[in-house]
Design a protein around this ligand. Structure first.
Ligand code: TXA
Ligand code: MG
Length: 352
């Protein structure tokens, strides 16, 4: 039912793009790669197509979608206006992993934005995504192409695992470059605020917008969530995930202790650490995956969701992850891990 077509990510076959665009115009669902994660696309102006996204993902109607356009000229099909500040940010960061919250145009059905007067918009930096949007000729609503609350997909295989039989087409352009989603920025009040850290770092945004703020908000349960996208349970593996922070040696000792406890209880621990830690944990009878060098946050972001999915595939009971730097892309990595851990964050320095 779900067709997968492999495409050259640099110069995609125009026949395939035209076919995918025709499906989108006919109200069907097409998953496609962006530079962050794979998106599940539908015509953003077609309320019935948008409804199919929510059904395919099992996503609550209260969680609004991001609308993707191919260039600045297309923004007026989505938003009432592009304020000067948004245009400035667009010029700096688009195409790229930045999503701006603007005032929604009446051409976009309210369901896209969960009834809000605003709309989330971005121009993705991926030749397949851009070619597809251009060929479709309409703005494309696209959340991450995973079942609701699962880790976001960074390969076509991840999309297939979650959505086979539920969508029409997956365009396979290989693994996504960044691996975590876009940064969402709300410009609606005087104080610009990051709603979700992502591919554009806080530091990079500050160079253009010195007063931009970010306050992590993790709400306790889905039912108490009032702000969209702030659900604590998100990006969740099937296994329980524990995020272990603190000074490296203490954190690694605690990971070893916790792993040993799990093994004694006949459980299978999964361990997710930077490459440098491998020698320390290698002796444990656990499923161990490394994320890349500790200092290389690009490599760690790129590997993060795929490795969490892989540990799930290996049926571990609990995943122990060492928390890393929160600078640069580290802030987005941290946010995804706290959510995947559903708040189970342990400071090893305080456990001494
Ligand atoms: O990198 C990305 O942003 C990926 C790729 C596919 O572009 N998309 C993505 O979409 O991560 P999704 O649906 O998984 O996350 C969109 C987030 C949601 O948490 C939603 O709550 C928030 O954007 N959002 C969308 N519209 C909003 C609005 N009008 N106001 C506040 N938040 C909004
Ligand atoms: Mg998502």
């Amino acid at each position: 039912m779900t067709i997968v077509i492999t495409l050259d990510p640099v110069s995609p076959d125009q026949h395939v793009i035209q076919h995918a665009a025709a499906l989108l115009r006919a109200g069907r669902l097409v998953a496609f790669p962006t530079e962050t994660v794979y998106g599940l696309g539908a015509n953003a102006c077609d309320a019935a197509a948008v409804e199919r996204i929510f059904v395919a993902k099992g996503r609550p109607a209260t969680d609004p979608l991001i609308v993707h356009v191919a260039d600045l000229d297309m923004i007026d099909q989505v938003a009432l206006a592009l304020p000067p500040l948004a245009e400035l940010l667009g010029k700096h960061f688009w195409p790229g992993p930045l999503t701006l919250i603007l005032r929604r145009s009446p051409t976009i059905p309210p369901s896209v934005s969960a009834g809000k007067a605003s709309v989330a918009v971005r121009i993705p930096a991926h030749p397949i995504a851009l070619a597809l949007i251009r060929a479709a000729g309409v703005p494309i609503a696209a959340p991450s192409a995973n079942r609701f609350s699962r880790p976001s997909p960074t390969t076509a295989q991840h999309v297939f695992e979650d959505l086979d039989g539920r969508i029409d087409l997956i365009l396979d352009g290989g693994p996504t470059a960044i691996g975590v989603e876009s940064t969402i920025l709300d410009l609606s009040s005087a104080q610009a605020e990051i709603l979700r850290p992502g591919g554009v770092s806080l530091e990079a945004l500050r160079e253009v917008l010195p007063n931009v703020s970010y306050t992590p908000r993790y709400l306790g349960t889905e039912t108490t969530a009032t702000a969209p996208g702030s659900l604590l349970k998100h990006y969740s593996p099937r296994a329980e995930l524990l995020l272990i922070t603190g000074q490296r040696n203490a954190a690694l000792r605690l990971i070893q202790t916790k792993a040993q406890l799990l093994i004694n209880q006949r459980q299978v621990p999964g361990i997710l650490v930077p490459e440098e830690d491998l020698a320390v944990v290698a002796g444990l009878p656990a499923q161990i995956l490394t994320l890349g060098p500790e200092r290389d946050l690009d490599a760690i972001a790129h590997a993060l969701f795929a490795n969490i999915r892989e540990l799930d595939r290996r049926s571990v009971d609990t995943i122990l992850v060492r928390g890393l730097s929160q600078t640069g892309l580290g802030l987005a990595i941290w946010d995804r891990l706290v959510r995947a851990a559903i708040g189970r964050v342990i400071d090893a320095d305080k456990e001494q």
